[in-house]
Design a protein around this ligand. Structure first.
Ligand code: DX5
Ligand code: ZN
Length: 217
Protein backbone atom coordinates (compact mmCIF):
# COMPACT_ATOMS: atom_id res chain seq x y z
CA UNK A 1 0.00 0.00 0.00
CA UNK A 2 1.85 3.18 -1.15
CA UNK A 3 2.15 6.01 1.38
CA UNK A 4 0.91 9.47 0.33
CA UNK A 5 3.48 11.66 -1.44
CA UNK A 6 4.96 14.43 0.70
CA UNK A 7 7.07 17.32 -0.62
CA UNK A 8 9.58 18.73 1.86
CA UNK A 9 11.21 21.95 0.60
CA UNK A 10 14.81 22.25 1.82
CA UNK A 11 15.49 25.48 3.67
CA UNK A 12 19.12 25.37 2.51
CA UNK A 13 18.02 26.81 -0.83
CA UNK A 14 15.93 29.62 0.70
CA UNK A 15 17.08 33.20 1.28
CA UNK A 16 18.88 32.82 4.64
CA UNK A 17 18.18 36.45 5.51
CA UNK A 18 14.40 35.90 5.48
CA UNK A 19 13.43 32.47 6.77
CA UNK A 20 9.96 33.70 7.72
CA UNK A 21 9.29 34.48 4.08
CA UNK A 22 10.61 31.01 3.20
CA UNK A 23 8.04 29.46 5.55
CA UNK A 24 5.26 31.52 3.96
CA UNK A 25 6.36 30.40 0.47
CA UNK A 26 6.22 26.74 1.54
CA UNK A 27 2.86 27.11 3.24
CA UNK A 28 1.35 29.01 0.31
CA UNK A 29 2.50 26.22 -2.01
CA UNK A 30 0.90 23.61 0.28
CA UNK A 31 4.09 21.90 1.48
CA UNK A 32 3.35 19.83 4.61
CA UNK A 33 6.98 19.36 5.72
CA UNK A 34 10.01 21.67 5.89
CA UNK A 35 13.42 20.00 5.54
CA UNK A 36 16.15 21.58 7.70
CA UNK A 37 19.76 20.61 6.95
CA UNK A 38 22.10 20.72 9.93
CA UNK A 39 25.83 20.53 9.10
CA UNK A 40 28.80 20.59 11.47
CA UNK A 41 31.82 21.24 9.23
CA UNK A 42 33.19 17.75 10.08
CA UNK A 43 30.76 15.16 8.79
CA UNK A 44 30.29 17.40 5.76
CA UNK A 45 32.43 20.38 4.68
CA UNK A 46 29.81 23.03 5.39
CA UNK A 47 28.01 24.78 8.28
CA UNK A 48 24.33 25.65 8.45
CA UNK A 49 21.62 25.81 11.12
CA UNK A 50 21.69 25.17 14.88
CA UNK A 51 18.89 24.45 17.36
CA UNK A 52 18.15 28.17 17.81
CA UNK A 53 17.11 28.38 14.15
CA UNK A 54 14.77 25.40 14.60
CA UNK A 55 13.35 27.08 17.70
CA UNK A 56 12.72 30.26 15.71
CA UNK A 57 11.12 28.33 12.84
CA UNK A 58 8.87 26.48 15.30
CA UNK A 59 7.38 29.83 16.33
CA UNK A 60 6.70 30.78 12.72
CA UNK A 61 5.17 27.63 11.24
CA UNK A 62 3.18 24.52 12.01
CA UNK A 63 4.75 22.57 9.13
CA UNK A 64 6.39 19.30 10.15
CA UNK A 65 10.05 20.16 10.84
CA UNK A 66 12.11 17.41 9.20
CA UNK A 67 15.57 17.92 10.69
CA UNK A 68 18.44 16.20 8.88
CA UNK A 69 21.55 15.98 11.07
CA UNK A 70 24.76 15.77 9.04
CA UNK A 71 26.84 15.61 12.21
CA UNK A 72 29.77 13.42 13.23
CA UNK A 73 28.24 12.99 16.72
CA UNK A 74 24.47 13.32 16.20
CA UNK A 75 23.63 11.71 19.56
CA UNK A 76 24.89 14.87 21.31
CA UNK A 77 22.31 17.02 19.55
CA UNK A 78 19.14 14.93 19.71
CA UNK A 79 17.87 16.61 22.88
CA UNK A 80 18.54 20.24 21.84
CA UNK A 81 16.87 19.80 18.45
CA UNK A 82 13.80 18.05 19.87
CA UNK A 83 13.49 20.68 22.61
CA UNK A 84 13.71 23.31 19.87
CA UNK A 85 10.70 21.76 18.12
CA UNK A 86 11.99 19.19 15.61
CA UNK A 87 9.27 16.67 14.68
CA UNK A 88 11.58 14.28 12.82
CA UNK A 89 15.27 13.86 13.61
CA UNK A 90 17.33 12.00 11.02
CA UNK A 91 20.83 10.72 11.76
CA UNK A 92 23.39 9.13 9.44
CA UNK A 93 24.44 5.48 9.48
CA UNK A 94 27.99 6.70 8.65
CA UNK A 95 28.29 8.91 11.78
CA UNK A 96 30.07 8.03 15.04
CA UNK A 97 27.43 6.87 17.52
CA UNK A 98 25.57 3.89 18.90
CA UNK A 99 22.91 4.01 16.22
CA UNK A 100 20.25 1.89 17.94
CA UNK A 101 20.68 3.95 21.11
CA UNK A 102 20.35 7.22 19.20
CA UNK A 103 17.20 6.03 17.39
CA UNK A 104 15.70 4.91 20.70
CA UNK A 105 16.55 8.24 22.29
CA UNK A 106 14.86 10.19 19.47
CA UNK A 107 11.66 8.20 19.87
CA UNK A 108 11.77 8.30 23.69
CA UNK A 109 11.88 12.10 23.50
CA UNK A 110 8.71 12.15 21.40
CA UNK A 111 10.07 12.71 17.89
CA UNK A 112 10.12 10.47 14.82
CA UNK A 113 13.41 8.73 14.12
CA UNK A 114 14.99 8.95 10.68
CA UNK A 115 18.03 7.09 9.35
CA UNK A 116 20.09 8.47 6.43
CA UNK A 117 22.49 6.70 4.08
CA UNK A 118 24.97 8.34 1.72
CA UNK A 119 25.28 7.30 -1.94
CA UNK A 120 28.53 5.28 -1.59
CA UNK A 121 27.39 3.34 1.51
CA UNK A 122 26.04 -0.16 0.80
CA UNK A 123 22.35 -0.61 1.54
CA UNK A 124 23.16 -3.59 3.79
CA UNK A 125 24.43 -1.10 6.42
CA UNK A 126 20.91 0.17 7.18
CA UNK A 127 19.03 -3.13 6.97
CA UNK A 128 19.52 -4.09 10.66
CA UNK A 129 17.84 -0.84 11.73
CA UNK A 130 14.77 -0.74 9.49
CA UNK A 131 12.49 -1.98 12.28
CA UNK A 132 13.69 0.89 14.52
CA UNK A 133 12.88 3.87 12.28
CA UNK A 134 10.02 6.06 11.08
CA UNK A 135 11.87 7.31 7.99
CA UNK A 136 14.69 6.11 5.73
CA UNK A 137 16.52 8.92 3.92
CA UNK A 138 18.44 7.77 0.86
CA UNK A 139 20.77 10.62 -0.13
CA UNK A 140 20.71 11.18 -3.88
CA UNK A 141 23.79 13.47 -3.74
CA UNK A 142 26.87 13.40 -1.54
CA UNK A 143 25.72 15.65 1.32
CA UNK A 144 27.06 19.10 2.10
CA UNK A 145 25.70 21.41 -0.56
CA UNK A 146 22.50 22.16 -2.42
CA UNK A 147 22.28 22.38 -6.17
CA UNK A 148 24.07 19.11 -7.05
CA UNK A 149 22.99 16.54 -9.65
CA UNK A 150 20.70 13.65 -8.72
CA UNK A 151 22.37 10.19 -8.63
CA UNK A 152 19.78 7.82 -10.17
CA UNK A 153 21.49 4.59 -9.01
CA UNK A 154 20.34 5.40 -5.45
CA UNK A 155 16.82 4.38 -6.48
CA UNK A 156 17.99 0.75 -6.29
CA UNK A 157 18.17 1.33 -2.52
CA UNK A 158 14.68 2.78 -2.31
CA UNK A 159 13.28 -0.18 -4.27
CA UNK A 160 14.98 -2.60 -1.91
CA UNK A 161 13.74 -0.63 1.10
CA UNK A 162 10.19 -0.76 -0.22
CA UNK A 163 10.40 -4.54 -0.71
CA UNK A 164 11.75 -5.14 2.78
CA UNK A 165 9.16 -2.79 4.26
CA UNK A 166 6.35 -4.75 2.62
CA UNK A 167 7.77 -8.16 3.46
CA UNK A 168 8.36 -7.22 7.09
CA UNK A 169 5.07 -5.32 7.55
CA UNK A 170 6.89 -2.06 8.44
CA UNK A 171 5.67 1.46 7.71
CA UNK A 172 8.65 3.84 7.56
CA UNK A 173 8.64 6.70 5.04
CA UNK A 174 11.14 6.48 2.19
CA UNK A 175 12.70 9.89 1.46
CA UNK A 176 15.20 11.09 -1.14
CA UNK A 177 17.27 14.26 -0.81
CA UNK A 178 19.50 15.97 -3.36
CA UNK A 179 18.92 17.05 -6.92
CA UNK A 180 15.22 16.19 -6.84
CA UNK A 181 13.27 18.05 -9.53
CA UNK A 182 10.15 17.69 -11.71
CA UNK A 183 12.12 15.64 -14.27
CA UNK A 184 13.08 12.84 -11.83
CA UNK A 185 10.22 12.94 -9.30
CA UNK A 186 8.10 10.34 -11.08
CA UNK A 187 11.04 7.90 -11.22
CA UNK A 188 11.52 8.39 -7.48
CA UNK A 189 7.89 7.70 -6.72
CA UNK A 190 7.92 4.59 -8.95
CA UNK A 191 10.94 3.38 -6.97
CA UNK A 192 9.02 3.49 -3.69
CA UNK A 193 9.85 7.02 -2.55
CA UNK A 194 7.05 8.92 -0.81
CA UNK A 195 8.94 11.93 0.61
CA UNK A 196 10.72 14.18 -1.88
CA UNK A 197 13.08 16.82 -0.51
CA UNK A 198 13.37 19.71 -2.95
CA UNK A 199 15.77 22.60 -2.37
CA UNK A 200 16.88 24.35 -5.53
CA UNK A 201 14.02 23.09 -7.69
CA UNK A 202 11.47 24.54 -5.25
CA UNK A 203 12.98 27.75 -3.90
CA UNK A 204 14.63 28.90 -7.13
CA UNK A 205 11.44 28.24 -9.08
CA UNK A 206 9.53 31.24 -10.44
CA UNK A 207 6.33 29.44 -9.41
CA UNK A 208 6.96 27.26 -6.34
CA UNK A 209 3.32 26.22 -6.06
CA UNK A 210 3.33 24.94 -9.63
CA UNK A 211 6.67 23.17 -9.04
CA UNK A 212 5.27 21.47 -5.95
CA UNK A 213 2.23 20.33 -7.92
CA UNK A 214 4.51 18.90 -10.64
CA UNK A 215 6.65 17.08 -8.07
CA UNK A 216 3.48 15.45 -6.72
CA UNK A 217 2.03 14.37 -10.08
C1 DX5 B 1 22.43 18.27 0.85
C2 DX5 B 1 21.20 18.50 1.68
C3 DX5 B 1 19.96 18.67 0.88
C4 DX5 B 1 19.96 19.88 -0.02
C5 DX5 B 1 19.17 19.53 -1.24
O1 DX5 B 1 23.49 17.97 1.70
O2 DX5 B 1 20.97 17.42 2.57
O3 DX5 B 1 18.79 18.71 1.70
O4 DX5 B 1 19.39 21.01 0.57
O5 DX5 B 1 19.24 20.58 -2.11
P1 DX5 B 1 18.91 20.43 -3.65
O6 DX5 B 1 17.47 20.04 -3.75
O7 DX5 B 1 19.20 21.78 -4.17
O8 DX5 B 1 19.83 19.38 -4.19
ZN1 ZN C 1 18.95 17.16 3.70
Amino acid sequence: MPLPTIIAPSLLAADPSDLTAACRTCEAAGAPWLHVDVMDGHFVPNLTFGPHIVEALRKKTSMVLDVHLMLQHPDRFVTPFIQAGADIVTVHVEADHDLSATLRDIRARGAKAGLAINPPTPFSHVVPYLDQIDLLLCMTVNPGFGGQSFIPEVLEKTREAQQIRERAGLSFHIEVDGGVNPANAAACREAGVNVLVAGTSFFKSAQPQETLRTLMS
